[in-house]
Design a protein around this ligand. Structure first.
Ligand SMILES: Cc1ncc(COP(=O)(O)O)c(C=O)c1O
Length: 301
């Protein structure tokens, strides 16, 4: 591929066609846009290989089922479209999104069960929630006080969704309080998650991550798997927001950025104020795993 590859900034699949990302457009009538009636998933491509593609497709299929959506495409066809988006873009490091919307209403009915659900996908250059150079110093995390996470009885956070009003409001609150990232508590005062990431705390050499009120992140799962392999104890349990500042270390996990150190919570440094040793050990293990054949699917460019 040469530099004049029209897909070099990304490639999308919209209405049954591959298009350069700048030309990828959806209808204003798609209720995925107007009603957040949508689910999605994001898988990374690193060094020319999908990372844990099966786990992402499993979660995407579970999310669709939970929302009573179905597509004419099967799993292999979806995987083939994702692969082709990456192949056409020629990106070796990519953020690859798959989306299923409820679709567009017909003249006859606006009932959600009457729609034909639609599939969209795209591959763009890899996205970092925290840029690698900023990861070296670590982020300042704010635990929101004015915003709680939408109750799970209203929106199921294990179904990856676009209901980001609370997360976005929390991000503004964090900025006002001098932080760079936010985690929201739930109505009971336990930690949940932030915009696009799960949270881990480390105390006395053991890991803690919230058990409920969160997307079950594939990066979170990878860290739990790697922790076991490294002989670390991990607790998936409620974490009172009030306890967070007492942790020795903290980090965020996301497909968009991996393991991202937190060095300050609510204005108070954790440990010596630099990314902690367990965080750095797991971050290294996480990126090393991107070459592990059990978790990777090479792309034939
Ligand atoms: C709300 C939320 N929590 C957690 C995550 C992390 O999930 P994963 O590790 O699968 O990327 C995401 C990812 O986008 C997210 O949107």
């Amino acid at each position: 591929m040469t530099d004049d590859n029209p897909y070099s900034r990304g490639c999308a699949w919209v209405d049954g066609e591959y298009v350069p990302i700048r030309d990828a457009k959806i209808s204003l009538l798609d209720v995925g846009f107007s009603r957040s009636d949508v689910t999605y998933d994001v898988v990374a491509v690193w060094n020319g290989k999908f990372f844990r593609l099966d786990a992402h497709l499993d979660r995407f299929e579970r999310s669709m089922k939970s929302l009573q959506m179905s597509l004419e495409l099967d799993r292999e066809q979806m995987a083939a479209i994702l692969t082709e988006c990456v192949r056409k873009s020629a990106l070796r490091e990519s953020y690859v999104e798959m989306i299923s919307t409820r679709g567009r209403p017909s003249r006859e009915s606006r009932s959600p069960w009457s729609f034909q659900n639609l599939f969209y996908a795209y591959a763009i250059p890899y996205i970092w929630i925290v840029e690698p150079d900023k990861q070296e110093t670590g982020s300042h995390l704010i635990i929101a006080q004015d915003t709680v996470r939408i109750p799970t009885s209203s929106v199921d956070p294990t179904v990856k969704n676009f209901h980001w009003g609370d997360l976005t409001r929390g991000a503004f609150e964090a900025r006002e309080r001098g932080g760079s990232v936010v985690v929201l508590p739930d109505l009971d005062g336990n930690l949940t998650e932030g915009p696009g990431f799960n949270i881990f705390l480390v105390a006395d050499g053991q890991l803690y991550t919230p058990d409920a009120g969160v997307l079950e992140g594939i990066t979170r799962r990878t860290i739990l798997d790697l922790a076991t392999e490294h002989g670390l104890t991990a607790h998936v349990a409620p974490i009172p927001a009030a306890d967070a500042g007492r942790a020795d270390e903290a980090f965020m996990t996301s497909t968009a950025g991996g393991v991202m150190p937190v060095t300050m919570i609510d204005g108070r440094p954790l440990g010596d104020g630099t990314p902690g040793p367990f965080t750095m050990q797991l971050r290294q293990a996480y990126w090393d795993a991107h070459d592990d054949p059990r978790w990777t699917t090479p792309i034939d460019y």
